[in-house]
Design a protein around this ligand. Structure first.
Ligand code: PEP
Ligand code: MG
Length: 291
């Protein structure tokens, strides 16, 4: 039985209608990949980089970040790897970076807002990413983007850091830059962003759509990605991707909820990203969804 389960998780995932569904991994720390065969996935859909900043010895320097990103790319053996820039704030406070005492941290200075407010921190990460990109197929994405100007400013900074490294003769590649779609404003107007891809963060998209925090048990029933309003925003994002010819994936926890697999695939999504432990179950659920 174990051999059969392993074989199933190594095989690519298809829906009964023949549509190939890419199954990617979410990674919260490099240890998540230890002893894992890259053959179980089609790549990595989300690397949360907060772990690098959650230490007691200050912010990580460029070299430290470069090595961590490089090792993940090497693990993936050429498969695409999407690394998210620092998503501090909200449910992820980080000493020395996030602002204390906000009345509502979920609506405050977090994600890309914080990176743009702290360019000296952000630029270090962008340089490390450009250097790591030499070692595989790297894509970079920005968390908590609300308006196109945030993407434009970050994209400009990425270009500047790449150019500076290149001018110094340091090996580097400018990775494609995409956005996480996790704020309703971005889902409704995804088409306005010059992003290279969209990755739906259903955890935040659900809480902002339903006005039900992801970390308050008393409103857990309302915090439902299967709600038609949330699914409509996911579908709007998929349509924007088709219109602009860019890839759309979903990397929130809903991707691993097999009760939602049918509804998510019905929005037109063809790429889901889940934690390694959820891969085999998700592939089995995908195979059971009928056309
Ligand atoms: C999300 O919001 O769905 C997401 C993937 O990001 P995080 O859970 O890290 O906020
Ligand atoms: Mg999020």
């Amino acid at each position: 039985a174990l051999a059969a389960a392993e074989a199933a998780s190594l095989a690519p995932a298809f829906v009964a209608d023949g549509r190939r569904i890419a199954v990617l991994l979410n990674v919260a720390a490099p240890e998540d990949l230890a002893n894992l065969d890259p053959a179980i996935c089609d790549g990595i859909g989300l690397v949360r980089t907060e772990f690098l900043f959650e230490t007691s010895h200050g912010l990580p320097d460029e070299e430290t970040q470069y090595r961590v990103y490089r090792d993940i790319l090497v693990w993936a053996q050429g498969k695409p790897v999407t690394i998210r820039t620092l998503d501090a704030g909200g449910d992820k406070p980080i000493a020395g970076v996030t602002v204390d005492g906000e009345s509502n941290p979920f609506l405050g200075l977090r994600g890309i807002r914080l990176s743009l407010a702290r360019p000296e921190v952000f630029r270090v990460q962008l340089r490390a990413l450009c250097r790591a990109a030499v070692h595989g197929t790297l894509k970079v994405m920005l968390p908590m983007v609300a308006v196109p100007s945030e993407f434009d400013r970050a994209n400009e900074m990425l270009g500047a850091e790449f150019a500076a490294l290149h001018a110094k003769g340091i090996a580097c590649v400018r990775p494609p830059l995409g956005i996480m779609v996790e704020i309703p404003a971005a889902a409704l107007r995804a088409v306005d962003f010059a992003a290279a891809f969209y990755s739906i963060g259903s955890n935040d998209l659900t809480q902002y759509t339903m006005a039900a925090a992801r970390d308050i048990g008393a409103v857990a029933d309302l915090n439902d990605t299967g709600n038609p309003a949330v699914l409509a925003l996911i579908e709007a994002t998929v349509e924007a991707g088709l219109k602009r010819g860019v890839e759309v994936s979903l990397c929130g926890d809903a991707a691993a909820d097999t009760n939602l697999t049918r509804a998510l695939l019905a929005t037109g999504l063809t790429t889901l990203s889940v934690s390694p432990i959820a891969v085999a179950r998700l592939k089995a659920a995908i195979a059971k969804v009928d056309a």
